[in-house]
Structures are given as structure tokens and as C-alpha cells.
Design a protein. Sequence first.
Length: 105
Amino acid sequence: MSERRQVNFTIVPAEAGGEPRTYANFCAVSHTPFDFTLTFCEVQPLTEHDVKQAEADHVVHAPVKAKLVVPVQFIPNLISALQEHWRVFSESQPSPGEWKGGPVH
């Protein structure tokens, strides 16, 4: 009978040779009892025509850039990581009205 051992390790993402990043500025979230689906889209500024169409249909179409399906058990760690990164990010930003430099990119 094989013996179970606990091994501690760190997972480090391996960057593929110059693989481009994918930009998204909108995320739709849905779930089933088994997994969560995160659908990332890029919403472009709307033209006059797009605005009129959205007023009529109450829908704005945006191209899907990536769709991630993750198990339910993954979500608490994702939330914790996002909260911690948001805390660090927020603490590193100047207070409103304090920034005197040029644009922040």
C-alpha cells in the first residue's frame, strides 16, 4: 500500500515565448453547482449608432476575449488573492487630489 506524503511547493507561471497578453475591461460571472464561469470582454467606446441601438435593445455586444471555467473550490482563493492585491494597490496610490504628475498608465 502506498504511503501519502505532503509536499509543499510554489506554482510559478511559466511565460511562453513572447505570448501576448489579452486585454479585457468587463467580466461577466455565472455559476453552476460545480463551477464558476468568468467571461472576459473588451467593451469599446460606443458610437452614436451603438447608443441608439442600446437604448432600443438594452444590449451592448462586446467581443469575448477569454472564457475561464474554474471549480467552485478555486473561488475562495481567487477572492482572497484579489482582495490582498487590491489592498496593496490601494495603499500605494496617492490620495484623491494629491497626484500632481502627468497621466498614469
